[in-house]
Design a protein around this ligand. Sequence first.
Ligand SMILES: [Fe+2]
Ligand SMILES: [Fe+2]
Length: 213
Amino acid sequence: MGDASLDKFALLLETEHLLGDRIFAIGAAIATALAPIVDPQIPSTSFRTLPADAVPETVNEACALFVHLLDHFADPVHLQAEEAAAEYAIGCGLPRADADWVFAQHEQARAYWAGITLAWQRMGGADDGDRYYAVMDFRRLTEAFVFLFEAHAVRENTEFYEQASAVIDPSTDALVVSIIQHSGPSDITPYIGMVTRAEKLLGITPPAGSPTA
Ligand SMILES: [Fe+2]
Ligand SMILES: [Fe+2]
């Protein structure tokens, strides 16, 4: 953070990663809470069943917020903004190959999110015979997403943003900042409120100085 070699647009994206870290922590806490519910060591003679009340209500509520944040906040506010900035950097001379991994990992995240969203719908269904596997899918896909994207953010901070800043002329830095600021909803305050609510449900203390709107 605060690297003098980074343009303002890159510093803005780095700041958004701080909120991303809080969403990763929510995902990790949900996966930890779901783990004992779908402990594979529980004996089963055929297929496993799980009653609707097996998942604590607080965890269910946190799942609802997490799924909404992924689909309606993380994608439009951060990933799509970052892709627009990357396209602009490519237009300013960044080799396409340097940005390929960013686009590819974003698509991987979206694939995980589609799976997590489907698992969430199945968890709320009426079929006890599917719920065990829905909870297992939610847990595993969330773990996979968090594992990949914790590293994704670090690589962007330490590698990609430096490369993009190097090719974007400082005189057009404000243009890229504007692109990022106009991606997704104009006011992200309600989404910060959702993050804060999910943290409370899961007993997570946000990092000092975090916004809690
Ligand atoms: Fe990214
Ligand atoms: Fe990012």
